[in-house]
Every structure is written in C-alpha cells, then in structure tokens.
Design a protein around this ligand. Sequence first.
Ligand SMILES: [Zn+2]
Ligand SMILES: [Zn+2]
Length: 346
Amino acid sequence: MKKFLVYLVLALLALTALLQWSLNSESTQQVLLEEMATVAQNAAARGIPEPDGLQVFVCGSSSPLPTPDRAQACLAVVTPSHFYVVDAGAGSTNNLMLSRLPMHRLQAILVTHHHSDHIAELYEMNLGSWVQGRPLPLQVYGPRGMDQVVEGINDTYELDRGYRIAHHGADLLPASLGVMQPEEIVSGFVLQDGDLKITAYHADHSPVSPALGYRFDYRGRSLVISGDSIVTDDTRQVTAATDLVFHDALSDVTISTMAEAATQAGQDRAAKILSDIRDYHASTESLLALQSQAKMVVYYHLVPSPRNVVMEKIFSRHMADNYRIAEDGDWFFLPADSTDIIVNPD
Ligand SMILES: [Zn+2]
Ligand SMILES: [Zn+2]
C-alpha cells in the first residue's frame, strides 16, 4: 500500500511536470487557443433561451456604493421574441455580453431615472448591439429629461462612431443605427409589443422626479421592476398578485452603522451622504410588506452590496422564504401560463 502511494505521488508529479512543459510549448498553446476560440464563437452564436416564458437576467445588482464583484443597476427582460433592458449601470454591459444574449436583438433600454448608476452605460449597450448587427436604432425610453441625456451622450460619442465607421465601413456599421433614439414617457405609459405588455408606473425617489418603475405582463406571467423607490401605495397597487418583484433595497442597520462610524472617524462628508440616502431607497423592513403581494421578491440595487457573510445576514434579516438577494448573473424563468418560478435553470 505504502509503495503504491509513493508510485501514485511520483506519477502525479511527473504528470504535473509534463503539463507544465507542454503549456510552455508554443504549438500546444496554439492548439488550446484554437479550441477556446471555437468554443467561444459557438457560444456567442447561441440565442435567447428558447422555452416560452418571461425571463430575467441580472446584469447589475449593485448601487453606487463601491463593491468588487457586482455591476450597478441593470436587469434584462427577455422572451423568445423580446429583449429589453431596464437601466444601464456601470459594469452591466460586460455582464450582458458574457451572458451570451444576442445583443443584436436588443430592442430598447427602459430607464427608471437619470441618476448616473442607471445611465452610465447607455452608450456601451448601444455600441455593443450596433457592432453585433442590430437592425434598428436603439430606443431609449425614460422619464422627462431622457431627451437631454440621450442627445448629450450621442454628441459625446460622435467622434467614437466616426472612427468605427471609418475603420470597419458603413456597410457593417450604418451611421443611422449608431445613434440612440430617446422617447420621454410618463407614469401610465403602455408599450404593447406582441404578447408582451410593458407599463410604466410612478416611483417615489424624491427629490429625483419624475422616476419610474416598470411592470411586464407576458402570457399569464407578471414582473415588476422598481428602479429606485421607497414602498408606496403605487408599489402596492402595481405589485398586487404579481409573480416576481425586483425591488431596490437598503439595509438601514448597515447604512446607519456606516454613517455613525464615518462620524466617529471625522469623515463628515461620507457621514452626511450615508445619512441622506436612507430616505429615498426602500428599507429591507419596509419591503417585508410585499410578502403577500408577490410570489417572489428579489432585492437588487443593494445599498450597500453585502461584502461578507455578516453583512449578508444583516441584509436578509426577517426575510420570508419567498425573498432572495440578487447576484449578478442570476436568471429567473417564469414559464408561460404556469405558476412556477425557476431560479438559475440549467
Ligand atoms: Zn437613484
Ligand atoms: Zn440608483
């Protein structure tokens, strides 16, 4: 037995050395690189997941408070024939591209309000979908101020578009498709796109006004995305008998403790900002009121994003069984004409 173990260890060492040696060989590197490139290209060709239903991909679950492994606010809503994104926070385009969703099919971005953590990557999503062959200009819906934001971004990146057209040719990148098309909408606005109905509703993120949340209805399934908002009568109304609610969530215990620590450390600016943000996000305590409204409530736009197990436990205090904290990369699938909610299907 002892001899066998010695031979086994020697064999493993020899194998490791062989692997190390072969990885240093340029021809082995080339073979492996070709294999990886083929896998990546075939993966990129995959379309929107096929089962019929409403699907949500978490392309960003964080808020402006810095965190190492989450993008800012972004949720993609897809069906076999629809592809919308709600908000475009920093880092979210990377998640979208890595998700293997077909960016050329992106139809529109629905903006909840004009805070930077919701609009930072409008242009990145526009660029990513333009480069991949989107056949129509990208629509950007949002509350009053949307025209100003989109026109400013289109102007800012005019040179960028020019360089890319000059380099790759107007046949590949038609100039008219690189310019985003804004549309200002109000609470009550309805976008009917085949079987998918999108309804904008009033979100209370005062003093940021107007702000919107969005409800999606598709073949017997429903989804609400709050954007940044406290819980109001509008929230209760729009989430009544809903399947899935994604809501902005703030841990008041954590933020208050951070504010207090900032004060003690003489960091008055940080203390002031931390204490200011408490009044325009939904506290985790207030969100417990949605327990009977929806089949599942998911916290996103986490203020702050839990950085360790202690913060996560505090964030999830009193959470009912039908509550979850979103992670970047999560998928939620609501099969058509069913009551199931499948989290991260295979
Ligand atoms: Zn905001
Ligand atoms: Zn925000």
